[in-house]
Design a protein around this ligand. Structure first.
Ligand SMILES: C[S@@+](CC[C@H](N)C(=O)[O-])C[C@H]1O[C@@H](n2cnc3c(N)ncnc32)[C@H](O)[C@@H]1O
Length: 283
């Protein structure tokens, strides 16, 4: 009997036995809803629906990829972020729920909400476009520029902008190199911030993501140092720099902000309660 319920149960058991994934039930549901082109609610509504041989074959092929350790987002080709469906490939970071904390921080900035003029935001290291597109969806009147040094990642971000009908300017740039003398009300970044010898880089989904999106020198702070330093000359007075970072980097980043004379420093925790987002204002 190959109905939705039994197929899901069997897939879940295979994932549990492999001991590789944290969320076997969710993974099985995402794979099957992708094959059937339905949402997950459909799976619970129609548990007795039979799968045809072709659907079964495709499902087992995708399940085998997951059993080999490939990330779900790579197998189904997309990830949801801030309610947007974003294409992801081996060239992009898979957007993380923790990064939604950064979006909330930007949306809570009083200066951006009070300004009578249209605000301008720069997203450094946009990857799939996640941050830039989420902000554009919330602040359609802001002009948003997003840069990345990876052209293949930018190509994906451009497709995501088109797919979600959001108008963002994308630039191929090594951090600020292609930004000229532009100045912004707000600069945001989720840069690479993992120590280059961190053993976590060899584990789980991260193994399938580009190292250039993840690692940044021996203490993980090479790119953040540069961004904090160079953002100053691209910020308006009262402009904010908002950075996502590792759970153990908040103190070091606070010092970097202070050394560069930013004020009104704040730190916000992610969904797991870890320090994750730091921000400072150019006076
Ligand atoms: C941690 S990923 C973040 C991707 C996306 N913003 C997100 O939150 O899902 C870091 C991104 O920075 C980009 N990057 C790394 N070095 C860069 C550089 N020198 N200039 C511009 N972008 C860079 C990587 O290609 C990658 O897309």
């Amino acid at each position: 009997m190959n109905n939705i319920e039994t197929v899901l149960k069997s897939a879940q058991n295979q994932l549990i036995q492999a001991g590789l994934v944290d969320s076997p039930q969710l993974d099985a549901e995402l794979l099957l809803s992708n094959i059937l082109q339905v949402n997950r609610t459909y799976l619970f509504t129609w548990p007795e629906k039979q799968l045809n041989p072709s659907e079964l074959e495709q499902f087992q092929a995708d399940l085998n990829k997951r059993l080999d350790g490939q990330p779900i987002a790579h197998i189904i080709g997309y990830r949801e972020f801030w309610g947007l469906e974003l294409k992801v490939t081996k060239d992009t970071l898979i957007p993380r729920p923790d990064t939604e904390t950064l979006i909330e921080c930007v949306l809570n900035l009083e200066s951006l909400n009070q300004t009578s003029k249209n605000c301008s935001i720069l997203d450094l290291g946009t990857g799939s476009g996640a941050i830039a597109l989420a902000l554009k969806s919330e602040k359609p009147h802001c002009s948003i520029t997003a840069v990345d040094q990876s052209q293949p990642a930018l190509d994906v971000a451009i497709q995501n902008a088109q797919r979600n009908q959001l108008n963002v300017e994308f630039l191929h740039s090594d951090w600020f190199s292609a930004v000229d003398n532009q100045i912004y009300d707000c600069i945001v970044s989720n840069p690479p911030y993992i120590e280059k010898n961190d053993p976590h880089l060899q584990q789980g989904d991260v193994r399938f993501e580009p190292l250039s999106a993840l690692a940044s020198g021996s203490d993980g702070l090479d790119d953040i140092r540069l961004i904090i330093n160079q953002a100053w000359s691209h910020l308006q007075p009262q402009g904010w720099l908002i950075i996502e970072h590792g759970y153990n980097q908040a103190e070091a980043i606070q010092q970097l902000f202070e050394q560069s004379n930013y004020t009104k420093l704040q730190m916000h925790k992610d969904l797991g309660g870890n320090p994750r987002i730091s921000l400072g204002q150019k006076p």
